[in-house]
Design a protein around this ligand. Sequence first.
Ligand code: ATP
Ligand code: MG
Length: 681
Amino acid sequence: MDANALVAGLNERQTEAVTTTGGPIVVLAGAGSGKTRVLTRRIAWRIADGQTDPRRVLALTFTRKAAGELRSRLRASGMRDNVVAGTFHGIALTQLRQRWHDRGITPPTLLDRKIRFVAQLIGRRARVEPLDVVSELEWARARLVAPNDYGTAAEMAGRTPPLPAADMAELMELYQQEKRRRRLVDFDDLLALAIRDLRADVDYANAVRWRHRHLYVDEFQDVNPLQYELLKTWRGDSNDLFVVGDPNQAIYGWNGADPQLLAAFARREPESVVIDLNDNYRSTPQILTMATAALAGKSGALVPHKGDGPVPTLNAYPNDLAEAAAIADAIKMAHTVGDSWGRQAVLVRTNAQLVPIEQALADEGIPVRVRGGKGPLATKEVKDELRSLSRPGIDLVAALSQLDASLTVGDDTTSGPGNDADTGPNAPRGKTAADIEREQNLAAFSRLVHEYLTIDPDPSGPGLNAWVATLQAGELDVDGDAVELATFHGAKGLEWEVVHVAGLEKGFVPISYAKTGAQLAEEQRLLYVAVTRAESELHLTWALERSFGTKTMKRQPSPHLEMLQSAIAHLQKGHRPIDWKAKINLNRAKVSSKGPIPKKTERNPVDDPLFDALREWRRDRARAADVPAYVIFSDQTLRAIAKRRPTTRSQLAGMPGIGPVKLERYASEVLDLVSADVAAG
Ligand code: ATP
Ligand code: MG
């Protein structure tokens, strides 16, 4: 393919990201700004340009689904399947298998029933949910926390250990030992083993580095320290690394991801080239207004490129079933004959919420597909429960009421997802995120069984099993055209013309177990991820009442709805979509918001108020750091800034005397001064 064709249709900054040499290169940019597009184009461009042998490329992403997406985008750019694209785990496993094969080693067994395995280790020493212990083991592993450091690390991260920290540390040891003894490996061992092999054998490491010498990582904000360690080992001392990410979309902190790795990249790597992209190509200005409202204006605003679209909607319904039915109607409304159903998606915060929606759509004859197939029916707890309820001869009614009772032990635990009770004095004691998630899944399952009992005149265990299997058959229909159902997490990186975001209630958005500032901030970013999936239509819904198992609970609107509602009100009045960035800067500059922002004018730096402001800022900075002023920035640099008035990081990066370290340290303050000056005229 012609190299020029690969940069056609890219903006200046994107072209720079595709063609620039040197590195490592880090692209920091908001949703829909073309990060993934730039990443795939860069791979293709360097191949077309003869700089890269496609077989030497390794493109890493976060999930298998994302890797598939990457491969299909590469194919669309004219690449055949000779570029390796995969997840950290997938690539590590491939390398290990090859190595085991080459050295005649019998591969260890993959530990697939981790919960059971851990349950045995816990034995009768404590009354604790094995699943919680597993989550905690995985968190510690992802964070590279050694057993000895567990107590301190858990405290610093604000974790609630399922066991006393000392016991947890002991269990971490025991878990590793037992696996070693029985020659079992878990998923994270794959990463650790790959690292160990590379470190132990220089020749092998060199061969691997030669083979994958051009490294690319999408969604870098969700990389955890263990994955980062593997990346560093793959990389060796090469600078041939290209990463893209968006700090505002970091949504895997709970799982051990560390968005600081992205933020600190430029600081840690003096050679790095930082590129930011400010234009959004995915969404209408109306949707971007909502996106910025979702983050309460905390993000740098993105410049929309799409034309205007309809004003997003926000509706409340009396209960979850009415909400689901209304979504089905809205989907039909947005669907005209000849369109594909796959243009539309319904996004929710938790797996359990997928069930009533999936059913409502199916009732209306709308084909649906659950992204990643990870509905509650696919969870371990539901599969186990189904197995036990499917036995021939079982008294289903009795078994079901037992299940319901187990879901509603003690009234304080029925708070379920986000009843206010769990933030108040009646907070369920000892309930962890995993408990709540599991209960939600089982509750969703319980409702299915209740429904089965009303449908089948002669209910039986095997009858239930068969009926559930038919539901799943729909779920697994992956090839046909269908409306997509996904959790916010599962929707990352994807886009649809019409997006319905459901269940915008306290307890889901934010999730009930988010308590610390960091957790709540992550929940807010999740909402941002959901909203920014939409290209032209966005519909938001919530329900005043929701069933949870056999109970019905009153629901409160998500606290974020206030901002979203006011953004909608603004748009409905026919105002232009909100230019949040200008608004925020105006406030900061304490200038009345009346009157347009004047255009940039060339001014003589000598009597330029910006130059004065910059010098004043430099003086304060120098005093605070106790260094001479020129260490912060030279006069020449300040003069250049005052003259060119950069508005973005990459413009600033191109100026004399501004290296990556200074950029990382001072860019936001300098850019604020510039924009305040522009706003003040
Ligand atoms: P996310 O943060 O959600 O992963 P992203 O930054 O990776 O988003 P992309 O998915 O690469 O963004 O791009 C968003 C959409 O905009 C895609 O449909 C892409 O094809 C389109 N796009 C990107 N750049 C351009 C451009 N210069 N011209 C036209 N369309 C573009
Ligand atoms: Mg992307």
